[in-house]
Design a protein. Structure first.
Length: 443
């Protein structure tokens, strides 16, 4: 992009200039509207320009915007910690705030390591995650991630942590179907624990639904429960990475709620502030908190803006809005309608693609095993943007072939219809289809 002093992801790309956003739409400087079909980066769960959040920000600006946690606590951070832990499963009764999901993953790594040091097992330093996962952009987080393209530029300095097999029924790495498997993907986590040495493994990190990396790949039924049992059996901490899935996106408050799984650490980001301020969080169990309190009595990781009053006030306002409008239920109810609309758009054009996900975290995967890509994520994203629809590219293959469709949880039925229409226009552009979408397909 010429004439700019900003460093962009793609230096040759010309990005539209966003100047305004409201509800499910973003507007550029020419006045063109874009239906936000992916909530930015799967962040803006409550939509853009919500007056209640702006009011909360203004009110907090007039009180206090910053204190360091080394000197003070503050009412907003205290209350946000209390409300999040009340919602969380099990005994996740304590919270640590960061500025992003990546930093929250780093904090979870640090908490897992410190826990084992506090209880006299400092050899436990191995973290296990999965192929096809993505846990964040910082070095520790990308070290956990099983995303080859994002790891490649920095792999020389990454920790050599093991990766278990991905859990993807649409492309089973074992060549099985859900009716014939015995959750071999979960067993691969146990294999990784045993290979590393159970007495050396600190934690297992799992996304309940693999988000931007795999493209809304949901865990098979029973998988999370089986992984939790494996962790208990080998006395290994379970960390739920809910940076994307947390706080309503999948139709539950937390993605692990679907199988009543109670992790030892739960990581939040994105939806915890819905894009209105930088904010992430780690929720930790009584077991971990008590070990630290009874041991060294301190957790020395800190960020300058951690638990600052302004971000905490935003988090409180967002959480209140999600609760007041029952947005987890809304995601649970609207998700199937959107998924069927996307499938009908594909069927009407004779395009083979998988639509998958949970709630309003969906993806369309155009890949066909063993075949070269006919439709790529980049082509669909570009065509959709030209038509006025924002989508998010996903996948770990050299040429990603999935797009995430994850609109704000506040999207209206009429906007759902419009989303499918614009998606159909993008399909027509990329695939050269001329079949008209059947009337009412998104219902």
């Amino acid at each position: 992009m010429t004439g700019t002093h900003l460093l962009y992801p793609k230096l040759a790309e010309d990005y539209p200039v966003a100047v305004r956003a409201k509800g499910s739409y973003v507007y550029d400087e020419t006045g063109k509207s874009y239906l936000d079909g992916c909530s930015g980066a799967i962040v803006v769960n409550i939509g853009h320009g919500v007056p209640e959040i702006a009011d909360a920000i203004r009110a907090q600006l007039e009180e206090i915007t910053f204190v360091t946690r080394l000197q003070f606590t503050n009412p907003r951070a205290e209350r946000l910690a209390a409300e999040l832990t009340q919602l969380a499963p099990g005994d996740l009764d304590h919270a640590f705030f960061t500025n992003s999901g990546s930093e929250a993953i780093e904090a979870a790594v640090r908490l897992a390591l410190q826990y084992w040091q506090e209880v006299g097992e400092p050899r436990r330093t191995v973290m296990i995650s999965r192929d096809g996962s993505y846990h964040g952009a910082t070095l520790g987080a990308i070290g956990l991630s099983g995303h080859p393209q994002r790891r490649r530029p920095v792999r020389a300095v990454l920790p050599d942590w093991p990766k278990a097999t991905a859990a993807n029924c649409g492309a089973c790495p074992f060549g099985l179907t859900r009716s014939t498997c015995a959750l071999d993907c979960a067993r691969s986590i146990e294999d990784a624990i045993l290979e590393a040495g159970a007495d050396r493994v600190a934690a297992v990190f799992v996304e309940p639904v693999v988000g931007a990396s795999g493209g809304a790949v949901p865990s098979p039924a029973g998988y999370l429960r089986e992984v939790a049992e494996i962790c208990r059996r080998h006395n290994v901490l379970l960390v739920a990475d809910e940076v994307i899935t947390g706080l309503g996106r999948t139709g539950h408050w937390f993605g692990c709620d679907e199988e009543d799984v109670e992790p030892d650490l739960l990581v939040l980001g994105k939806g915890v502030s819905a894009g209105y301020a930088p904010l992430g969080a780690v929720l930790l169990s009584d077991r971990i908190h008590e070990a630290i309190r009874a041991g060294s009595g301190q957790f020395l990781l800190g960020h300058t803006y951690a638990a600052n009053p302004l971000s905490a006030a935003v988090g409180l306002a967002v959480l209140g809005y999600v609760r007041e409008h029952d947005l987890p239920r809304r995601a649970r109810e609207l998700g199937p309608a959107l998924a069927e609309g996307l499938r009908e758009a594909l069927r009407a054009r004779g395009i083979a693609a998988e639509v998958r996900g949970r709630g309003l975290l969906l993806a369309v995967d155009f890949s066909e095993p063993g075949k070269p890509p006919l439709i790529t994520a980049a082509a669909i994203v570009r065509a959709a943007r030209d038509a006025g629809l924002l989508l998010y590219p996903a996948g770990t293959t050299p040429v990603p072939q999935a797009v995430v469709v994850a609109p704000p949880l506040t999207i209206t039925l009429g906007e759902l219809d419009r989303l499918v229409e614009l998606f159909s226009t993008a399909l027509d552009t990329v695939a050269g289809c001329e079949t008209t979408l059947l009337e009412g397909a998104s219902r």
